[in-house]
Design a binder for this molecule. Structure first.
Ligand code: ADP
Length: 288
C-alpha cells in the first residue's frame, strides 16, 4: 500500500493570477491568490463556467497566467524548462475517463505512465500490484479498459496516475459522468487518498455533496476566490452557499430531519455511513 504513496505532498501557490483565454478578453480567473500546503485535501466548488477547471489547467501548466505566478513546489509554471518537473508532481484526472485510457488492457494502462517515467520493470510490477490491491482492480487487470463501466474506467484512470506517485492529485469533476455506483466507488478512493498526509489533493466538483470529501473548501465564482474555509463552515447558516448557487449537501438535509426526529447524528456534513449508523443505533435504542 505504501508504494502508491507520494514521498511528500506538493506546495501550491497562486500569486495574484489572472488568465483570459482570449488575451484582453474577460478573464476566466481573476487576481487569484491562494496557498495549498503539502497533504491538504482541497475541494473546489462553484457555479458552472466560474473558472474551476481553468485553475487546474493553470496548475498543470496547460495554460499560463497573463498576470501573476503559479508555483508548484516553488517551480514557476512559466519556466518551460521545468515543465517535466511540474507534470511529474501533478497527476491530473479528467471528467471523462475515455479521454485518458489508451491501452489494450487495464494492466498495460496502469504501466503506461510509469514506463514514460522510465521506471524499471520490477518497480512497475510492484506498483501495479500495490494499486491493484488498493483500488480493488484485481479482476479487471486483463480486461480492455473500453469494455469497463464508467466507474471502473475512472478507477483505472486514478490507479494509473497514483502508480506514478504524484505529490499532488488534481481531479476535474471525476464523477460527473458516472452513475451512482461509480460515484460511490470514486468517493471511497478520494476519502482514502485525502487522508494521506503525504499527498496534496485538489478536487474540482460541481456537486455540493462532494465538498465534504476534503478538509478545505474553496468557492470560485466569476473567476474569483469568494470563499476559503472548511466544508462545514461553507454550509453553516442560511444563505451563504446559496448565494453562489450551492444547495446544501443532501446528507446535511437528511441529518437535520433525523435530528428533528430525535436521532443523534454528528454535526457538520455527515457521510451516508454516519446517517445509516445513526438510524441503526436509533432503531437498536428503541428495540431495547
Ligand atoms: P468551470 O470549470 O467552473 O465550469 P471553466 O474554467 O471551464 O469553468 O471556464 C471558465 C470560463 O472560461 C468560462 O467562461 C468558459 O466559457 C471559458 N473557457 C473555458 N475553456 C475555454 C476555452 N478553451 N476557450 C475559451 N474560453 C474557455
Amino acid at each position: 500500500m505504501n508504494g502508491s504513496r507520494a514521498s511528500q505532498g506538493a506546495t501550491i501557490r497562486f500569486d495574484r493570477v489572472t488568465f483570459a483565454y482570449t488575451p484582453g478578453g474577460r478573464p476566466a480567473v481573476s487576481d487569484l491568490s491562494l496557498e495549498i500546503r503539502p497533504g491538504e485535501s482541497v475541494v473546489i466548488v462553484g457555479p458552472s463556467g466560474s473558472g474551476k477547471s481553468t485553475v487546474l489547467k493553470l496548475l498543470d501548466a496547460l495554460v499560463l497566467p497573463q498576470e501573476g505566478h503559479v508555483l508548484v513546489d516553488g517551480i514557476d509554471t512559466r519556466d518551460q524548462e521545468r515543465l517535466w518537473d511540474i507534470r511529474r508532481r501533478v497527476g491530473l484526472i479528467f471528467q471523462n475517463p475515455d479521454n485518458q485510457l489508451v491501452s489494450t488492457t487495464v494492466e498495460r494502462e496502469i504501466a503506461f505512465g510509469m514506463e514514460n517515467l522510465g521506471l524499471q520493470r520490477s518497480e512497475i510490477a510492484r506498483r501495479i500490484e500495490e494499486v491493484t490491491e488498493r483500488l480493488g482492480l484485481g479482476k479487471l487487470l486483463s480486461r480492455p479498459p473500453h469494455k469497463l463501466s464508467g466507474g471502473e474506467k475512472q478507477r483505472v484512470a486514478v490507479a494509473a496516475v497514483l502508480a506514478m506517485r504524484p505529490a499532488c492529485l488534481a481531479l476535474d469533476e471525476p464523477t460527473s459522468l458516472l452513475d451512482w455506483q461509480g460515484r460511490r466507488e470514486i468517493w471511497s478512493i478520494l476519502r482514502a487518498v485525502g487522508d494521506e498526509p503525504s499527498r496534496t489533493v485538489l478536487h474540482v466538483t460541481q456537486f455540493p455533496d462532494e465538498v465534504a470529501l476534503g478538509s478545505r473548501a474553496l468557492v470560485i465564482a466569476g473567476g474569483e476566490l469568494v470563499f476559503d474555509g472548511t466544508p462545514t463552515e461553507l454550509f453553516a447558516g442560511a444563505g451563504r452557499a446559496a448565494r453562489w448557487g450551492l444547495r446544501s449537501p443532501a446528507t446535511m438535509t437528511v441529518a437535520e430531519s433525523l435530528r428533528g426526529a430525535g436521532y443523534s447524528v454528528p454535526e457538520g456534513i455527515p457521510s451516508l455511513e454516519d446517517l445509516v449508523d445513526a438510524v441503526a443505533r436509533g432503531a437498536e435504542g428503541r428495540a431495547t
